[in-house]
Design a protein around this ligand. Sequence first.
Ligand SMILES: Nc1nc2c(ncn2[C@@H]2O[C@H](COP(=O)(O)OP(=O)(O)OP(=O)(O)O)[C@@H](O)[C@H]2O)c(=O)[nH]1
Ligand SMILES: [Mg+2]
Length: 311
Amino acid sequence: MDYADIVRGKDHRSLARLISTIENDPGKSREIISSIYDMTGSAEIIGMTGPPGAGKSTLLHKVALGYRARGKTVGIIAVDPTSPFTGGALLGDRIRMPELAADPGVFMRSLGSRGYHGGLSRAVGDVIRILDAAGFDVLLIESVGAGQGEVDIFRNVRTSILVTVPGLGDDVQALKAGIMEIGDIFVVNKADRDGADQKIMELEGMIELDDASSWHPPVVPTQALFNKGIEELLQAIDEHEQYLATSGEDWEREQERSAFFLRDALHQEVEKLLKSRIDGAQFERMVDSISKRVNDPHSAARALLDEILDQ
Ligand SMILES: Nc1nc2c(ncn2[C@@H]2O[C@H](COP(=O)(O)OP(=O)(O)OP(=O)(O)O)[C@@H](O)[C@H]2O)c(=O)[nH]1
Ligand SMILES: [Mg+2]
C-alpha cells in the first residue's frame, strides 16, 4: 500500500504509525507529504493558543464536541514545546476527554519538543497535512503560548484563537507585542471570574488600534468548564471562515503559506544536496584554513559551493 492509500484508509492506527514515521524519518516524511499533498486543502484548521492553564484543553474539548454534534469529524493536535514527550503528553487530556477518546470520528495526537529535524513547527505542519488529507472536517490545534514558535505553528491554520483569562495583568501587553498578528478571534475564558469585563474591554481597545486588516477580531467570553459561550465561539469561527472566503484573504493566505513551504522545502533540498556532494577531505582542509585565519568561513563556503555547482 502506498502512503496515499494509507491516508485514504483513515484507519487510526495506520495514521498514528504514519505520523510516527514523519516524526522519526525526515527522508520518508518528504516522500509522504509529496504523495498526499494534492489531497490536502479542504479541512477547516483552527489553532488555539494562550498561557498555561488558561483552559485551552477544556475549551478545545467543548469545541470538538460542538463540531461532533454538527456531524463533523475532528482531528486534535496538542503541541507542547515544553514537554520532551510525544504521544504520552496527551494522555491526561485523553483521560479528561473520555467521550472524545472513544469516538471513532475523533483522532488525537500530541507532539512534544524532542529533536525534530527542522523543528517542531514543521512536524506540526506535516501532521496537519496528513489529517487534512485523511479527510477530517475540522482540525483543532492546541499550543502553549510561546512567542515565535507559535507564529510558525500558526502559519498552518486558517483561524487562530488567542485564549486569555481575567486578571493576568501583563498578558495584553504580551499579546500586543508578540502574537497579535496571528489573532483572528480573542477568547476570555474563565469569564465566571472577576475582571472578565475589564479584560474584554482591554482587548477590544487593543483591537481598535489595529486597522491593518478589514477583519475585526471579535472578543468572545467563555466558561469552558461550565459549557458556556461555546456556541458563540463556534459562530465566530464560522464568521471568520466566511470572511476568508468572501474577502479573497483565503487565497492571499494560501499564497503566503505556499511561498513559505516552498522556501522551507528548498532549504531542505539544498541541505540534502550539500550533504551528498561535499567532499569530506576538502571540507576538513577548509576547516583548517579557517582555523589558521588563512581563509574565512564565507569565502570558504562560496568556494565549496562553486565547486559543487560546477560538477
Ligand atoms: N473557573 C473556571 N475554570 C476553568 C474554566 N475552564 C477551564 N478551567 C479550569 O482551568 C484549569 C486548566 O484548564 P486546562 O484546560 O487544562 O488549561 P490549558 O490551557 O489547556 O492548560 P495547559 O495545557 O497546561 O497550558 C482546569 O482546572 C480547568 O478545569 C472556566 O471557564 N472557569
Ligand atoms: Mg492543555
